[in-house]
Design a protein around this ligand. Structure first.
Ligand SMILES: Nc1nc2c(ncn2[C@@H]2O[C@H](COP(=O)(O)OP(=O)(O)OP(=O)(O)O)[C@@H](O)[C@H]2O)c(=O)[nH]1
Length: 603
């Protein structure tokens, strides 16, 4: 296939603006999928994607299109996710393309991810083809949305195509526009091989399957290739393309998108972003890879049944192959047994991983409350990273604690600005700016600690703006803050799973909530159990779980007072002894409820 007849593009949009529906229409219009085999959102492969109506993994697909100029074109479409947690998937897919269709819902207008994703695309020098979707809706106001595109994103939206991904209106124009506006790839078949790995999945039979975009040279079965990051060589078993099912082809030339299998066993051998080259004639340098994503939210995953720990490990290993942004390492909790500390890109990412582990791998698990990574400067000048409260050193050795910050942009109708500002203040946010996108819509910018954001910011924003706000954020590094570790003690013994980190001003409030909840949930014992919250050695909250008292006087009919007193004294002695040896058993619900308490603070 000649390079002039190839178009590689992606579709970018804010969540729910209609990317997946638009991809379905393109597949239909190009005859890639026959109408009778079509099911909605064909490219959303995972069950969770269909149910939640969101795209998580990018799926590439190859289409054939005969244009009005008579030429036959190969179009490689790479669908991308819209949620902010998955923006790393977006930039990977974009690196394999020359153009991007920017979908904007003509009824809703430009939203936070419309802006963020357009910037990702323009940073990579992609040609943007703007379209106004959902023009079948009576509430669509395409002219105003065009103005928003011009003012906020700064692109010329005069010829933005009005489309309805639902009815198919405007799809023929869009296909022609892709041929006209998206530049064909460049590259040379004779040059040393350079192919970019933009994604990978694990298959039980074939091992790791790498999704690739060939920049120069050709890939074919039997060829010996080198993965430049690891320096390891493999022989290619199979090359193919996505139609959207995987179909074997003889070779992939420059500009083409497809997959290769080479009996690769683990994901560590095939980094996403790595360059594949010819072992015999290697390229001088690898292609620019992606920026490595770093997990920012951590939580513990523990199997509900302790003996399922190996099953959980295997499931995590497989999931990581499919989603390399997840990290995990073993950890041990006195309360929950053996488990794993896992790192994610955000809360949605964490929830999805938990659900996939359960559905795809059948693992039942308990997740501990999520927390962010803290940087701790110790008195000796050294800096450590704490991924969990138990990584915190003794307070006397701490010079300074730094927490991660984000810059948050919120798009919303003007009437909700007051409520949103109040929420940002409550969440320790610092006001940065407010600008009007249109006379009715506003963009609000705040700096905010990530820890506050991950708790429940999104839910609360949704409820205080009745679902009309959209948001996006960028990590802006670490800042020192007056943070403390709050320990929870049962019978004067700290229980690791209950420790948490918070701002010093909130320590009493949150400590009180947790201790109160535990007091309710832990069943009474034969002896009195103090429940305390402490910062370092200082106890800030104390409540007692009263003992169940056996009525030792029940059998004592009559008798004088000294006899009764003696019995009571004896009981007291017994309890004292019991208190030293007795252990408080903590019911599982207490752990789960604890997570809710740390979430539902300050309401
Ligand atoms: N009326 C109308 N509804 C549409 C149109 N395009 C998409 N929708 C609906 O809008 C909703 C969201 O569409 P999706 O295609 O799932 O959106 P998406 O952008 O892929 O969403 P994510 O995968 O979560 O990023 C669905 O309920 C679609 O049926 C359109 O042209 N007209």
């Amino acid at each position: 296939m000649k390079l002039e007849n190839i178009r590689n593009f992606s579709i970018i949009a804010h969540v729910d603006h209609g990317k997946s529906t638009l991809s379905d229409r393109l597949l239909e219009a190009t005859g890639t999928i026959e109408k009778r085999n079509m099911k909605a959102q064909l490219l959303d492969r995972l069950d969770i994607e269909r149910e939640r109506g969101i795209t998580i993994k990018s799926v590439p697909v190859r289409m054939k299109y005969r244009a009005q100029d008579g030429g036959e074109y190969i179009m490689n479409l790479i669908d991308t996710p819209g949620h902010v947690d998955f923006s790393y998937e977006v930039s990977r897919s974009l690196a394999a393309c020359e153009g991007a269709i920017l979908v904007v819902d003509a009824a809703q207008g430009v939203e936070a991810q419309t802006v963020a994703n357009s910037y990702l695309a323009t940073d990579l020098d992609l040609e943007l083809v703007p379209i106004l979707n959902k023009i079948d809706l009576p509430s669509a106001h395409p002219e105003q949305v065009k103005r928003e595109l011009e003012e906020i994103i700064g692109i010329n939206a005069d010829d933005a195509i009005p489309v309805s991904a639902k009815t198919g209106e405007g799809i023929p124009e869009l296909l022609e526009r892709i041929v006209r506006d998206v530049p064909p790839p460049s590259g040379e078949a004779g040059a040393p091989l350079q192919a970019l790995i933009f994604d990978s999945v694990y298959d039980n039979y074939k091992g790791v399957i790498c999704y690739v975009r060939v920049m120069n040279g050709t890939l074919e079965a039997g060829k010996n290739v080198r993965f430049m990051a690891t320096g390891r060589d493999y022989q290619i078993d199979e090359v193919g393309v996505f139609k959207p099912d995987m179909v074997k082809v003889e070779r992939l030339g420059p500009g083409e998108v497809g997959f290769i299998c080479a009996s690769i066993k683990t994901i560590d051998e095939a980094h996403v972003g790595d360059t594949i080259t010819d072992s015999a004639k290697p390229a001088a340098a690898p292609l620019a890879g992606y920026k490595k994503v770093k997990p920012v939210v951590f939580c513990g995953f523990y199997p509900v049944e302790r003996e399922d720990i190996n099953q959980l490990r295997e499931a995590l290993e497989k999931l990581q192959i499919n989603d390399s942004a997840i990290s995990f390492e073993p950890e041990n909790s006195a309360a929950l047994g053996f488990g794993f500390r896992c790192g994610f890109l955000g809360l949605l990412h964490m929830e999805i991983a938990k659900e996939r582990l359960n559905r795809e791998f059948g693992v039942d698990l308990v997740a501990t409350a999520p927390n962010v990574v803290y940087q701790i400067v110790q008195t000796d000048g050294s800096i450590i990273e704490a991924h969990r409260p138990s990584d915190f050193p003794d307070p006397v050795r701490i010079e300074e604690i730094r927490e991660p910050y984000i810059k948050l942009s919120i798009f919303m109708p003007e009437q909700f600005v007051g409520a949103a500002m109040q929420l940002c203040q409550d969440k320790r946010g610092t006001y940065v700016a407010m600008d009007y996108i249109t006379p009715e819509r506003v963009r609000l910018t705040y700096d905010m600690p990530l820890a506050e954001f991950i708790l429940d910011f999104h839910d609360r924003l949704k409820s205080c703006t009745r679902g009309y706000a959209s948001l996006d954020y960028d990590h802006t590094g670490f800042r020192a803050a007056n943070l403390v570790k709050v320990d929870v003690l049962l019978q004067e013994e700290p229980v690791d799973a209950f420790s948490f980190i918070c701002h010093a001003d909130q320590a009493y409030h949150r400590g009180h909530a947790v201790v109160g909840k535990l007091k309710e949930l832990i069943p009474r014992q034969l002896f009195e159990v103090p429940v305390q919250a402490a910062v370092g050695k200082k106890v800030i909250v104390r409540m007692n779980i009263k003992a169940v008292r056996k009525d030792v006087l029940a059998k004592c009919y009559g008798g004088d007072i000294t006899r009764k007193r003696k019995l009571l004294e004896k009981q007291k002695e017994g309890k004292k002894r019991m208190k030293q040896v007795g252990r408080v058993s903590i019911p599982q619900e207490a752990f789960l409820a604890f997570m809710d308490v740390t979430k539902a603070e300050d309401k």
